[in-house]
Design a binder for this molecule. Structure first.
Ligand SMILES: NC(=O)c1ccc[n+]([C@@H]2O[C@H](COP(=O)([O-])OP(=O)(O)OC[C@H]3O[C@@H](n4cnc5c(N)ncnc54)[C@H](OP(=O)(O)O)[C@@H]3O)[C@@H](O)[C@H]2O)c1
Length: 288
């Protein structure tokens, strides 16, 4: 069995996840998300845009399978004082009793103790179970990994950008991920906002990639426990699932994806760069 089909434990939570998770932003229908669960996908991320269809799937699946699901709610709030009400509203809107993860989204610095106190309060009330964080500041991630190893970090899951265009995590993050005693490592933007699938953005003579191979690219890195995908419909969910069965990339597939990624990095700057992008590995490759 290829290792994309195995589950990974998320930090010390005791929860085991499929290697692919689904984000709510692109509004796939509830039935398609429920079908993804039948194919093993159990991490559902009610993220930047909390779509009602996604909530419907979470509620439907929770009726029979709550213990197998890993449900995340994300907040971008800069005011820890507002998060309790936000989580309560999200629970009410979705019709759920609790979330497994509260994800502090887009944190450029270590969150203050006020966030941790807020989390403890929500945990005592049974509204969330664990804390996680996403960041566009890659150099922050090794700091959080070191804190975790010393038992000084509450974040059981860390999430950041990684794809064949943005490979900076290969130098800024992955070398610092310990074998054991570490939080789950999750990445997003596997398709680079769809650019890796866009025929008009390819180098001369190259065919565009498909989403399946973009997910395979990220999943092939051993440090990455899970890739969050953003399907917009049933077909896109089926294609994402096919990445699991296809397994790790062959060397020639990797070489092609990295060639296209380096070209796109050079031609199409990101609208929103990660901190650490200045010395991106892809930029180095593209300059050669
Ligand atoms: N916390 C954070 O800082 C953060 C940052 C980035 C992303 N996220 C979240 O992560 C989740 C995943 O987002 P992502 O951008 O990483 O997802 P993704 O799967 O890399 O990209 C989704 C995009 O790819 C296209 N796509 C997906 N599957 C496809 C397929 N089979 N064929 C053709 N096109 C396909 C969709 O395009 P069309 O819509 O054009 O069909 C969509 O624009 C989202 O919920 C997002 O909000 C969080």
């Amino acid at each position: 069995m290829n290792d994309f089909l195995e589950r990974r434990e998320l930090g010390r939570t005791g929860m085991h996840s499929c290697r692919l998770g689904i984000g709510s932003t692109f509004d796939a229908p509830a039935e398609a998300i429920e079908e993804a669960f039948d194919h093993g996908i159990n991490y559902l991320y009610w993220g930047s845009i909390r779509q009602p269809e996604f909530a419907r799937a979470m509620v439907n699946l929770s009726k029979m399978h709550r213990d197998e699901l890993i449900l995340t709610v994300q907040t971008y709030s800069d005011d820890p004082g507002s998060i309790e009400a936000e989580v309560e509203a999200a629970l009410k809107t979705a019709g759920l009793e609790n979330f497994d993860f509260l994800l502090l989204g887009n944190r450029m610095e270590k969150p203050s103790d006020a966030y941790i106190e807020l989390f403890e309060r929500l945990r005592e009330q049974g509204k969330v179970r664990f804390m996680s964080l996403s960041s566009h500041n890659r150099p922050l991630i090794p700091e959080l990994l070191a804190d975790y190893e010393q038992d000084h970090s509450p974040y059981e899951l860390l999430m950041f950008r990684y794809n064949a265009v943005h490979r900076g995590a290969e130098k800024d993050v992955f070398p610092f991920v310990p074998e054991t005693s570490r939080p789950a490592i999750i990445t997003y933007t596997a398709t680079r906002w769809g650019h890796l699938l866009d025929a008009s953005k390819m180098p001369p003579g190259e065919k565009p990639l498909n989403a399946r191979d973009c997910y395979r690219y990220s999943l092939s890195h051993p440090a990455i426990d899970m890739v969050v995908c953003g399907p917009a419909n049933h077909d896109q969910i089926k294609e994402a699932i096919s990445a699991l069965k296809a397994g790790p990339l062959e060397p020639d597939e990797r070489e092609q994806i990295e060639r296209i990624g380096a070209y796109i990095y050079k031609q199409y700057a990101p609208q929103y760069a990660d901190r650490g992008d200045d010395e991106d590995v892809s930029a180095g490759l593209a300059a050669q």
